[in-house]
Design a protein around this ligand. Structure first.
Ligand code: C2E
Ligand code: MG
Ligand code: MG
Length: 589
C-alpha cells in the first residue's frame, strides 16, 4: 500500500485525478489501511476508470456530496460517527440519489442484508476483497440505482409531461398540510386547472396534437410557478398546482390569474393556431386542520363551477360521422369561415295561437370537405379552440340577416314582418367592434333593427364590459334574448344584471312537461318571471301536441320546436312553409 495520505483526509481528498469519464467513488472508511487498499487496487487494476474521494466520517461525506455528487458510495459499517445502519440511513436521507455499496465483515451477513433492505444496492465482504468483485459491485450498484430511479419516476411522474402525478402530489400535499400544523400563520393554495374544450382538439386534430397541447400547458403552468411549488398532472387534461409559502391567502387569486394568462397564449400545433383556455378552481388552507383530500376536492368543485361559466354550451361533440383525416377538420372549418362557405339552417318561431311563423332562428351548419353535415355541437368547440368563434358568428349573422330581409321583401307585408334570431358566443360579445358590424349589416340589407334578436347564453361575459356591449347592441335597435334559460345555474344573476328583451326557456324544461306537475310549476313561474320583467318569453324544443296544448294553457304565446318546424336550409323553405313541421317528415338538418 503506497502513495496515499495516512491522515484523516478531510472531506475532499482526491486519491486519484483521472481522465476519461472516471466514476467518482466516495469511500467512507476510517481505516487508512483499507482506504489505501481500495484506492491502490482500483488504480492499478483499472487506471483512469475511478476517481476516489475518501472520507473518515459519514458527516463529512454528506457535506461533500451535497456540493458535488458522486457516482457511487462505498460505506464501511463501523465508523466513528455512524455505527451499523445509522450510516446507511443518513446517506439514504441526505443524498438519496447516489448508489450505495456497503463493506461488511466476514460474519456480518445479517447486517449486509439489512443494509440492502434499507436501500443499499449491494455489499462486499472485506475479508474476501477482490478488486474485480469491487469493480463489478460498483457497476452493479450504479445500474441498479438507475433502474430503481426509473421505477420511482414511473410511479411518481406522468410520463407525458414529466410532471409529478397524483400520487406524488398527494404526498407533497400531505407534507404541506402537516407543516401547517406547526406553522399557524402560514397558508397554502391548491389550484385545480382543467383545459376547456380539450376533447375537441383531441378528436379533431388527433391524439398527437392533444398530447402536445398537454405538454405545452404543463410547461406553461410550471414556468409561472416558483421552484418550491408543485405542478402536477393528475388526469387527462387536469393539472393541479400546490403553492406553499403564500404571503397571504389573497395571493392565490393572483397566481390563478397568472396561470390563466400563461395558458391562454396562442399556440401553434401542426400549423394551426390554437387559443387554449382553462377553468381554474382555487382552495386555500391557512393554519392547522387542513385535510389534503378535502382541499383538492374543494379546488375541484371550484373548477367545476368555473367550467360551467366558461362553457355553458358544453354539449359533447357528436361522434365522428365519417372517419376521415381528422387532423385537418379544424383548418378546413377555418377556411370555410373565411371563404363564406358555412350554411345556415332556419327554424321557425311560431305564435301558438295560429302557428304562424313570427320569426326564424338561424343555426349554423357546415358541409365538411368530406360532404358530411356538421352541427354546432361539433363546430362550436372547434371554432372556440381555434379562436375564430367570433368570425363564425359574423358569417352566420350576415347570412341570416340577408336571407330574412329577402323573405320579408318577397312574402311579408310591413305589418307582418318576419323576425330574425341569431346566436352570439361569448367571444362575439367580448368583441368591441361587434355593435358597429351589426349596425352596418342591418343597414346594408334594409332590415328593420327591431326584427333582429341577438341570443346570448351564459357564456357571454356579463361583467361591466359585457353589459356595456349589450347596451351598445341594443343601441343599434336590435333586441337581446337570454337563450337556454333554465339550463345553466346562474340564470337569475344574468336576469338581474342584463338589459334583456326576451327569455328563451330551455328545452330541458319543456320536454316531458305534459303530466309533470313539478316541471309545470317551474315553467309557469319562469313565464311569470319573464312577463313581470317585461320580456317576451319563448318556449324552446316543443315536440308534441300535448306540450303545445299545455304551454297554451299556461299562457305562452311564442314557441319553437320540431313540432312546428325543424331547422331547414332556405332552399327547402318554399313560401316560408317548413316541410318538416308536425313530426319527423322531410329531410331536416
Ligand atoms: P339554441 O340556440 O338553443 O338552438 C336551438 C337548438 O335546439 C338547435 O340545435 C335546434 O335544432 C334544437 N331544437 C329545436 N327544436 C327542437 C326540438 O323540438 N327538439 C330537440 N331535441 N331539439 C330542438 P342546434 O342547431 O344543434 O344548435 C345547438 C346550439 O348551438 C344552439 O342552441 C345555439 O346555442 C348554438 N348555435 C347554433 N348556431 C350558432 C351560431 O351561429 N353561433 C353561435 N354562437 N351559436 C350557435
Ligand atoms: Mg338560440
Ligand atoms: Mg336555446
Amino acid at each position: 500500500m503506497t502513495g496515499a495520505s495516512k491522515l484523516d483526509p478531510g472531506p475532499d481528498l482526491d486519491m486519484e485525478m483521472l481522465t476519461e469519464d472516471p466514476i467518482e467513488v466516495a469511500l467512507v472508511e476510517d481505516s487508512d489501511d483499507w482506504a489505501e487498499l481500495v484506492g491502490d487496487s482500483l488504480k492499478l487494476r483499472m487506471p483512469g476508470r475511478y476517481q476516489l474521494r475518501r472520507f473518515s466520517t459519514v458527516t463529512s461525506c454528506i457535506e461533500s456530496l451535497r456540493l458535488s455528487p458522486a457516482g457511487c458510495i462505498l460505506l464501511d459499517l463501523s465508523l466513528p460517527d455512524a455505527d451499523g445502519m445509522e450510516g446507511v440511513d443518513a446517506l439514504q436521507l441526505e443524498v438519496p440519489g447516489v448508489p450505495l455499496v456497503v463493506l461488511t465483515g466476514m460474519d456480518d451477513d445479517a447486517r449486509a442484508v439489512e443494509a440492502v433492505r434499507r436501500g443499499a444496492q449491494d455489499y462486499l465482504v472485506k475479508q474476501r476483497f477482490d478488486v474485480d468483485d469491487l469493480a463489478r459491485s460498483i457497476q452493479h450498484a450504479i445500474q441498479r440505482k438507475r433502474v430503481e430511479s426509473e421505477l420511482a419516476r414511473e410511479a411518481f411522474y406522468d410520463p407525458l409531461t414529466k410532471l409529478p402525478n397524483r400520487r406524488l402530489l398527494m404526498d407533497r400535499l400531505s407534507v404541506a398540510c402537516a407543516r401547517l400544523e406547526r406553522k399557524p400563520d402560514a397558508s397554502i393554495a391548491v389550484l385545480f386547472i382543467d383545459l376547456d374544450r380539450f376533447k375537441a382538439v383531441n378528436d379533431e386534430m388527433g391524439h398527437d396534437a392533444g398530447d402536445r397541447l398537454l405538454v405545452a400547458t404543463g410547461d406553461r403552468i410550471n414556468r409561472t410557478m416558483r421552484p418550491s411549488d408543485t405542478t402536477a398532472r393528475i388526469g387527462g387534461d387536469e393539472f393541479v398546482v400546490l403553492c406553499e409559502e403564500l404571503r397571504s391567502p389573497a395571493d392565490s387569486d393572483r397566481i390563478a390569474e397568472r396561470v390563466a394568462q400563461a395558458i391562454a397564449e396562442p399556440l401553434f400545433i401542426d400549423g394551426q393556431e390554437l387559443h387554449p383556455t382553462a377553468s381554474i378552481g382555487v382552495a386555500v388552507a391557512a393554519g392547522p386542520g387542513a385535510v389534503p383530500e378535502a382541499l383538492l376536492g374543494e379546488a375541484d368543485s371550484e373548477m367545476y363551477r368555473a367550467k360551467r361559466r366558461n362553457d355553458s354550451r358544453g354539449a359533447p361533440p357528436a361522434p365522428e360521422p365519417a372517419q376521415r383525416g381528422m387532423r385537418g377538420i379544424m383548418a378546413d372549418l377555418r377556411d370555410a369561415v373565411e371563404r363564406h362557405e358555412l350554411s345556415v339552417a332556419f327554424q321557425p318561431i311560431i305564435r301558438l295561437e295560429d302557428r304562424e311563423a313570427v320569426g326564424v332562428e338561424a343555426l349554423v351548419r357546415w358541409h365538411g370537405t368530406a360532404g358530411e353535415l356538421l352541427t354546432p355541437a361539433r363546430l362550436i368547440p372547434m371554432a372556440e379552440a381555434g379562436g375564430f368563434m367570433a368570425d363564425l358568428d359574423r358569417e352566420v349573422i350576415a347570412e341570416a340577416i340577408t336571407q330574412v330581409a329577402r323573405w320579408n321583401r318577397e312574402f311579408r307585408a310591413p305589418a307582418a314582418r318576419l323576425g330574425c334570431s341569431v346566436n352570439c358566443s361569448g367571444a362575439t360579445i367580448a368583441d368591441p367592434t361587434f355593435p358597429g358590424f351589426l349596425g352596418r349589416t342591418l343597414d346594408r340589407n334594409g332590415l328593420v333593427p327591431e326584427l333582429l334578436t341577438i341570443e346570448i347564453t351564459e357564456d357571454a361575459p356579463l361583467d361591466d364590459a359585457g353589459i356595456e356591449r349589450i347596451a351598445e347592441i341594443k343601441a343599434t335597435g336590435a333586441r337581446v334574448a337570454l337563450d337556454d334559460f333554465g339550463a345553466g345555474f346562474s340564470s337569475y344573476a344574468s336576469l338581474a344584471s342584463t338589459p334583456l328583451d326576451e327569455l328563451k326557456l330551455d328545452r330541458s324544461l319543456i320536454a316531458g312537461l305534459d303530466g309533470d306537475p313539478r316541471l309545470t310549476a317551474i315553467v309557469r313561474a319562469a313565464l311569470a318571471l319573464g312577463t313581470d320583467l317585461g320580456l317576451s318569453v319563448v318556449a324552446e324544443g316543443v315536440e308534441t301536441e300535448a306540450e303545445a296544448a299545455q304551454l297554451r294553457g299556461l299562457g305562452f304565446e311564442l314557441a319553437q320546436g320540431f313540432l312546428f318546424g325543424r331547422p331547414e336550409f332556405a332552399t327547402n323553405i318554399r313560401g316560408l312553409t317548413w316541410p318538416s313541421g308536425g313530426g319527423p317528415t322531410g329531410s331536416p338538418v
